[in-house]
Write a protein that binds this ligand. Structure first.
Ligand code: ATP
Ligand code: MG
Length: 204
């Protein structure tokens, strides 16, 4: 063939899954750094429906989490947000996420981005083996957690260092509940959205 048999170059799509309750600069810097290091064409942020790992916690309405994710990513031409997990309903399983993204985006190379804490749990995820065949996994450093290869077969994981931001959504929620500022931990528009919708005011 004209291209020497290499075939057409596939689009490289990063996938950043999360509860995003709320999205913060730790998520954003991780996605940005991985996009640069792995020459990704796009990173799609996918807010979860009801996360099965968090069934005993209170999670904000999906529409609020979705809108905050849109607000936080809107100015970056490489970032987008998908409603697939929210609209599917029910519990979110990452295998469904990846299958639905494939169906929507066609034949792309998928790169699933996950922090060190989430990566360490990956074998507890449903259909772990099938997941590894659908996407390349990229584990990123996160302060307070040790990043290591959990034993994903065939070089299916890369470990990368990203700028360290010791920020978690849990801490943001706690700060808002205590009346402490969250400016500069999350994008300005997200601070304003939290205030407008009165999110996280009552501790719990
Ligand atoms: P919560 O405290 O509610 O669990 P979180 O800050 O851990 O919130 P999630 O939505 O649970 O945010 O995380 C989504 C993904 O982003 C996970 O893979 C997580 O490891 C990663 N992540 C979250 N915060 C950071 C951070 N500060 N640095 C690197 N990765 C992060
Ligand atoms: Mg988390």
């Amino acid at each position: 063939t004209a291209d020497g048999g290499a075939g057409p170059v596939k689009k490289r799509l990063g996938v950043m899954g999360g509860t995003f309750d709320p999205i913060h600069h730790g998520h954003l810097v991780a996605a940005s750094e991985v996009a640069s290091l792995f020459h990704l064409d796009e990173v799609v942020f996918v807010p979860t429906g009801q996360p099965w790992q968090k069934e005993h916690q209170r999670v904000s309405p999906a529409e609020d989490r979705y809108l905050m994710t849109v607000i936080a990513t809107a100015s970056n031409p490489q970032f987008s947000v998908s409603r697939i997990d929210i609209d599917r309903g029910g519990r979110t399983y990452t295998l469904d996420t990846l299958r639905d993204l494939r169906a929507e985006y066609g034949d792309v190379d998928l790169f699933f981005i996950t922090g060190a804490d989430a990566l360490a749990q990956i074998f507890s995820w449903r259909d772990a083996q099938e997941l590894f065949s659908m996407a390349h996994f990229i584990g990123v450093t996160r302060p307070g957690h040790t990043l290591s290869d959990p034993g994903i077969p065939n070089g299916g994981v890369s470990l990368v260092e990203v700028p360290a931001l010791a920020i978690s959504s849990t801490e943001i929620r706690d700060r808002v509940a205590q009346g402490e500022p969250v400016w500069y931990l999350v994008p300005d528009g997200v601070v304003r959205y939290i205030n407008k919708r009165n999110l996280y005011r009552d501790a719990g």
